[in-house]
Design a protein around this ligand. Structure first.
Ligand code: SF4
Ligand code: SF4
Length: 132
């Protein structure tokens, strides 16, 4: 699936709020391998520098300010944008907000890129149209 900046209902402001906080972003082995290739790192170095330990999917570590370690050091933006994990490519059009109106309302409160007057039906319709 593709990023949704084109949808009229959504226009990312690059506020970076969705890159804040721990635990929400995990990378599968395939996503980690893609990120490592993109950053020209070995998978071992990517894991050492950016990811939590244990079994995949690996959690993206956060910096001292609480932002994802893949956030651009200068502020908003992602240093692995072209290969960022699926959850980041899809946000805010995730299964939860697409299936549940209260989750949609939470996403709308969290993401200023969603239009102020957007309702759940239009959110779902926009996503469905994007898939055609
Ligand atoms: S991987 Fe990139 S887009 Fe996803 S939370 Fe981290 S910095 Fe943000
Ligand atoms: S919270 Fe929404 S508007 Fe802000 S960077 Fe993330 S997707 Fe873009």
């Amino acid at each position: 699936m593709k990023p949704d900046e084109e949808l009229e209902v959504f226009n990312c402001t690059m506020c970076g709020d969705c890159c804040y906080g721990r635990g929400g972003v995990r990378l599968t082995e395939a996503e980690a391998a893609e990120a490592a290739d993109y950053l020209r790192l070995s998978l071992a170095d990517l894991k050492r520098l950016y990811l939590g330990g244990g079994e995949p999917p690996w959690e993206a570590r956060v910096d001292l300010e609480g932002y994802c370690m893949f956030r651009h050091p200068g502020g908003a933006g992602c240093i692995i944008h072209p290969v960022k994990p699926a959850i980041c490519r899809l946000w805010p059009f995730l299964p939860g907000p697409l299936k549940d109106e209260s989750a949609f309302n939470d996403a709308k409160a969290a993401c200023p890129g969603l239009a102020d007057d957007l309702n759940w039906a239009d959110f779902k319709a926009a996503w469905a149209a994007e898939q055609e």
